[in-house]
Design a protein around this ligand. Structure first.
Ligand code: FAD
Length: 392
């Protein structure tokens, strides 16, 4: 019984962890309810009509073919004392170590008027799949001269630069397909990832199309009404033809059910092993974890999965895991062929994952078109490489 590992969640974090553990010869089971995983990176391009949703779809046959046991079910309950996972069909899985990578839940209790039913009219599209398709259809069907409203939450949330990439690509869609239409971006904060680069690009590419309203100018959305298609701040009510509402988030429900989420809704972890601070023998990686300075990204989930899986292998063998260094790079497209990026290096410091000073940074603010073109190509290469490595 040395080394029964259960991995919950077959996204970028969980599927990566499963591969590493399997390669090391451990007995492991991956639990994932969906037969098709829809990747979020590049889903903003789908919304802008630049790529089909099918380019985001991945199955689990690759993992199965390499010998990983994939159970198509969802984890309903976790007993940390008995070290047992109960699945939706009532069956149970025993573990010595459990890795959770369940991603996020959209909070339908955080923004007045925005619940699961409202999301069918005002899509968040913050989990790829049906929601991505809905927003894509709404934009394509929008009347000439219409108004799109995009609401952006306060930190922390999945993919810090994602809303601004979405704003850029929706603006590109309007510019090329509905030139009299407008996009209003309402933000619950004043500063954001790659801000200089985004705002420089918006000024150059989308003047008169993209109107950005930060917190300081009254950008925080305080309620929405899906029936009247209105989005309200403390100062103004905006009438939308299409409204994309990205609500506040928390770790997926299984995290709270396992007792590994704290009052913030996210999961505190040890930065060397990703073991939960709240329940022993359960590790949490990816978006659900509180990973200090590391952003919630697919790149980060993949990097954390490798570190966590190696730590689990060490712990099961009675070895002490070495403190890791982790890397993240997030690419964003502001238009086709115009890419920007931010990179960081992280290490455990005083109990959290902290920036390695002087490492990383963003694309240069002043750069020729060729650099932007190159970064757009790197972004494509990254997506191809990571999805191939994870889903095979
Ligand atoms: P997920 O990928 O969400 O996987 C979680 C999995 O767990 C799901 O398959 C789910 O079905 C499963 N699950 C949940 N609950 C259970 C349960 N109880 N039992 C079993 N299974 C369960 N990141 C980048 O690095 N680069 C980008 O360019 C980028 N662009 C993005 C653009 C957008 C619009 C968005 C929304 C996100 C973007 N991201 C990007 C972020 C990236 O998608 C996430 O950070 C990443 O998916 C996190 O991986 P994860 O494994 O934590 O969660």
């Amino acid at each position: 019984a040395r080394g029964r590992v259960v991995v919950v969640g077959g996204g970028f974090g969980g599927a990566t962890a499963a591969r590493v553990l399997h390669r090391a010869g451990l007995s492991l089971t991956l639990v994932e309810p969906a037969e098709t995983y829809f990747a979020c990176p590049f889903s903003n391009e789908v919304i802008a009509g630049l790529r089909p949703l099918s380019a985001q779809a991945f199955g689990y046959d690759g993992l199965r073919a390499s010998g990983v046991t994939v159970v198509r079910s969802s984890a309903e309950a976790i007993d940390g004392a008995a070290r047992q996972v109960r699945l939706a069909d009532g069956s149970t899985l025993d573990y010595d170590r459990l890795i959770l990578s369940p991603g996020i839940a959209l909070r339908f209790d955080a923004l007045p008027g925005y619940d699961a039913a409202a999301a069918e009219r005002m899509p968040h599209a913050w989990k790829a799949g049906a929601q991505t398709e809905l927003l894509t259809r709404q934009l394509a069907a929008m009347p000439e001269g219409g108004t799109v409203v995009l609401s952006v939450p306060a930190n922390p949330y999945r993919c810090p630069p994602g809303p601004y990439e979405r704003a850029s690509l929706i603006a590109h869609f309007l510019k090329t397909r509905k030139p009299r239409a407008k996009l209003i971006v309402l933000d619950a904060k004043d500063t954001f990832s790659k801000q200089k680069l985004f705002q420089q690009a918006w000024a150059a590419l989308y003047p008169g199309i993209l109107d950005y309203v930060p917190l300081a100018s009254g950008g925080q959305v305080t309620s929405v009404d899906a029936k009247t298609m209105t989005v309200a701040t403390d100062f103004e009510t905006y009438q939308a033809d299409v409204a994309c509402i990205i609500p506040p988030q928390r770790a997926a429900p299984i995290a709270a059910a396992a007792g590994v989420a704290d009052r913030s809704g996210w999961c505190p972890i040890d930065p060397v092993t990703f073991e939960s601070r709240l329940v022993p023998d359960i590790h949490v990686i990816g978006d659900a974890a509180i990973a200090g300075a590391m952003p919630k990204s697919a790149f980060a989930a993949n990097a954390q999965a490798k570190v966590c899986a190696e730590a689990v292998i060490d712990l099961l063998a009675g070895r002490v895991p070495e403190p890791p260094k982790l890397v993240n790079t997030c690419y964003s497209l502001v238009a086709p062929g115009y890419g920007i990026s931010v990179a960081g290096v992280y290490h455990p410091d005083k109990g959290v994952l902290a920036d390695v000073e002087g490492a990383g940074g963003t694309s240069p603010v002043d750069a020729p078109e060729s650099v932007r073109r190159q970064e757009a190509a790197y972004a494509e290469d990254w997506y191809r490489t990571i999805t191939q490595a994870v889903f095979g």
